[in-house]
Design a protein around this ligand. Structure first.
Ligand code: ATP
Ligand code: MG
Length: 261
């Protein structure tokens, strides 16, 4: 299968804080690669490199074989068009209605009439199961609805790639499950390639075709959910709940002090 995103030996330092260390990853067309790692580990920084919002100190990133990392502003525009991004904080504009938030991209593109923009907004709201709420303000929405509106906004320009930054953080388990289900449905329906960042292993198991583990700025493992479940590598074990780890490695881990209750 075709490689859609190629991350080649990316390193990034802020001051003397080395955040990413020689990170390499390949994302195949149509797959959902999940990046899992602890808080502050560089997951968001990695996503921002993929979409060209940050530049690496060394290494490069290719999208469909074309380099992102050597381009700025104008040069990035055609590449950016391929992306939809759902930010960690949802990042909706509070002074704009839901419809205006979703319509931002299409309106800026200056190729659609107001009627067409209205149709795009309604179609995307329908995709996330929120038809008819376009006139609401973000403050009137629950956390789960905000995530879904952010998702609808990321879909507005029909992206080939969606980057999800912690799509289920701060949501209660049933709402988180709804969002995970939605991510899976969108993948099936729209055939998009996606990269999802999370610290929730259950989310990773549920939506990931493959899971990449980011530990101290390095990718320590890339494997399918089944392979991760079966792994007895103690570093991999740190990402799993105690029950999951025991299942894979009966009697062996010796990691009972891990704080994962
Ligand atoms: N623009 C920046 N300038 C300086 N330091 C930054 C910048 N962006 C991120 N960092 C630092 O890089 C490190 C990794 O941040 P990042 O946001 O990628 O973590 P994360 O894995 O997404 O964490 P979380 O799960 O909490 O969202 C942090 O120590 C953060 O303070
Ligand atoms: Mg983050």
């Amino acid at each position: 299968m075709k490689t859609k995103i190629e991350v080649l030996g990316i390193s990034k330092k802020f001051g003397d804080h080395q955040v990413l260390r020689d990170v390499s990853l390949k994302v195949k067309e149509g797959e959902n690669l999940v990046i899992i790692g602890s808080s502050g580990g560089g997951k968001t920084v990695l996503l921002k490199h993929i979409i060209g919002l940050l530049k690496p100190d060394s290494g490069k990133i290719l999208i469909d074989g074309e380099e992102v990392t050597d381009k700025d502003g104008f040069g990035l525009k055609p590449l950016r068009k391929k992306f939809g991004m759902v930010f960690q904080s949802s990042a909706l504009f509070n002074s704009l209605t839901v419809a205006e938030n979703i319509g931002l991209g299409p309106r800026e593109a200056r190729i659609y009439t107001e009627k067409e923009i209205k149709e795009i907004v309604e179609e995307k709201l329908q995709l996330v199961g929120l038809e008819g709420i376009g006139d609401l303000m973000p403050e009137e929405l629950s956390g789960g609805m905000k995530k879904r509106v952010a998702l609808a906004r990321s879909l507005a320009m029909n992206p080939e790639i969606i980057l999800y930054d912690e799509p289920t953080s701060e949501l209660d388990p049933p709402t988180a499950h709804t969002i995970n289900q939605l991510i899976l449905n969108l993948k099936e329906k729209l055939k998009v390639t996606s990269v999802t960042v999370t610290h929730d292993i259950n989310c990773a198991y549920f939506i990931g075709d493959r899971i990449a583990m980011l530990h101290e700025g390095k990718i320590i493992k890339v494997a399918t959910p089944e392979e991760i479940r079966a792994s007895c590598d103690p570093i991999v074990g740190q990402f799993l709940t105690r029950d999951e780890w025991k299942k894979g490695c009966p009697g062996s881990p010796g990691l009972t002090e891990r704080n994962d209750a």
